[in-house]
Design a protein around this ligand. Structure first.
Ligand code: BES
Ligand code: MN
Ligand code: ZN
Length: 495
């Protein structure tokens, strides 16, 4: 599906439908006025009759019967002017493009009003692509019935507007593509996305967008001392991988930020085996890494003036005769020892090595994303991820980016008091607490391995898949949560 910007006269556009946004209780904006005049008042008739008010996400379809070239006009309600923001635009655009897709249309034009702000143009493009996402890679039947738009054209009346918003539309499109990459990875069945395959994908992405990429295999991980990652993987016949992606800007002395992702391509729990139903969604347990790879793809394309490092710790977590045991003590990359009392608390183990490895970059900020605890779903549902960290200024930056992208974050405390819960009798730290404050215990554990730089942990177990109630986020499967947030964070850092 192609998204583009074009200067033209909406009356002579040949698309299957032309879309107009309508503000509730406001006069028609000039582009809609033009369409209304050309159709002998078809739009105002609908509004005057009270059949369409422009309430947020309300839709209507009109047939133009030759009055303009396009056979259909689609109206999408944007709600009240004072309530309009980027998220309202994303929700509205997501709704209308899905409806037109489901009608079986192939080409649509979206008429943008004069002086559309750049952030609104970006949001519109972003949501359009995100809302049309489908994952059909493993279906062989019914594919002939799958519907999809071929083109979305954002129409503006003059060259000046085009030059202002074209870059924003491209940025929105690029960010949506990175998010959809993360969704694809998250949705991939675990036999189709092993740590090795994830690393191959990372190399492919890096080559496409010009990122530096290094991959460590099992032998290299042994040599370098990634013992906690190796420990998690030792029950599996699949080799672990550690993936390093880097966007290196031109010139010296640029800030470094690190994005760190948990990639358990399948989490059975290991010897602390999960129940059958508890395992069913565990192909998604690499969604943190999916977000990092998706964001790195976008970073490679948008090239912010900033050194961005993406680190991914990839492993399966399986039970077997060679699996790690509850009771094992393992030394992490940075040298701290961990008593493993539950092999199902494996995300924090692979991240311990990754966070230790991150220290060599002296990052000004490190953000890890991980589907770390079921407890965060109990605490925050699927609406926000759990944010914890060691640096208030950094958390404020993340919160700011989250407000813009509507990938919500909510802070949980990481007071020293919680450190008590992970004190071990035999090692420096143990990998579980006493069952209370499960999400914070995960954060308190990670904090031990992220002492050398400002750090934020995002527990995305609730937001990474099966999120209901949004038009542009799928209600089933991977959401790509975190890609837009990380990209916004990186772009804000240099602005
Ligand atoms: N990947 C899971 C967390 C998870 C569970 C995400 C359910 C989404 C839905 C993680 O590895 C895990 O198993 N965490 C344990 C930690 C516990 C053993 C301390 C959990 O949450 O039960
Ligand atoms: Mn687990
Ligand atoms: Zn896990």
């Amino acid at each position: 599906m192609q998204i583009s910007v074009k200067v033209g006269d909406l009356r002579t556009e040949t698309a299957a439908a032309i879309v107009f946004g309508i503000l509730e209780g406001e006069p028609l904006v000039s582009v809609a006025q033009t369409a209304d005049a050309a159709t002998n008042g078809a739009i105002s008739e609908l509004i005057d009759a009270g059949d369409f008010k422009g309430e947020h996400k309300q839709t209507a379809l009109l047939y133009t019967r030759g009055a303009i070239t396009a056979p259909r006009i689609a109206l999408i309600g944007l709600g009240k002017t004072e309530d309009v923001n980027c998220e309202k635009i994303r929700q509205a655009l997501g709704k209308i493009v899905q409806e037109l897709r489901d009608l079986g249309l192939k080409t649509i034009v979206i008429a943008l009003p004069h002086e559309t702000p750049q952030e609104i143009a970006q949001a519109a493009a972003e949501a359009s692509r995100l809302a049309l996402y489908q994952f059909n890679q493993h279906k062989t039947e019914g594919l002939d019935k799958v519907k999809g738009l071929d083109t979305i054209t954002f129409l503006v009346a003059d060259k000046a507007t085009k030059s202002v918003i074209e870059g924003s539309v491209t940025i929105g499109d690029t960010i949506a593509n990175g998010t959809n990459l993360a969704r694809d990875l998250s949705n991939q069945p675990p036999n189709h996305l092993t740590p090795t395959m994830l690393a191959e994908k990372a190399v492919e992405v890096a080559n496409e967008v010009g990122l530096k990429c290094e991959v460590f295999d099992r032998a290299q991980l042994q040599e370098k001392g990634f013992r906690t990652l190796l420990g998690v993987s030792q029950g599996s016949i699949e080799e672990p991988r550690f993936i390093v992606l880097e966007h290196i800007p031109d010139g010296e002395g640029k800030d470094t930020v690190a994005f760190v992702g948990k990639a358990i391509t399948f989490d059975s729990g290991g010897l602390s085996l999960k129940s059958g139903s508890g395992m069913m969604d565990m192909k998604h347990d690499m969604s943190g890494a999916a977000a990092v790879l998706g964001a790195m793809q976008v970073v490679g394309q948008l090239k912010p003036d900033l050194h961005v490092v993406g680190l991914i710790a990839a492993s399966e977590n399986m039970p077997s005769a060679t699996a790690q045991r509850p009771g094992d003590v393992v030394e992490s990359y940075g040298g701290k020892t961990i008593e493993i009392l539950n092999t199902d608390a494996e995300g924090r183990l692979v991240l311990a090595d990754a966070l230790g490895y991150a220290a060599q970059y002296n990052p000004k900020a490190a953000i890890d994303l991980a589907t770390l605890t079921g407890a965060v779903i109990t605490a925050l549902g699927t609406v926000a991820c759990g944010m914890m960290g060691t640096d208030n200024a950094l958390m404020a930056k993340v919160r700011h980016a989250a407000q813009k992208t509507h990938e919500r974050v909510w802070e949980l405390p990481l007071w020293d008091d919680y450190d008590e819960l992970i004190k071990s009798d035999v090692a420096d730290v143990k990998n579980i607490g006493d069952g209370t404050a499960g999400t914070i215990v995960g954060g308190a554990f990670l904090k031990k391995f992220a002492e050398d730089y400002p750090w934020v942990h995002l527990d995305i177990a609730g937001t990474a898949w099966d999120v209901k109630g949004s038009s542009y986020i799928p209600s089933k499967g991977g959401t790509g949560y975190g890609v837009r947030l990380l990209v916004q964070f990186a772009r804000d850092w240099v602005s």
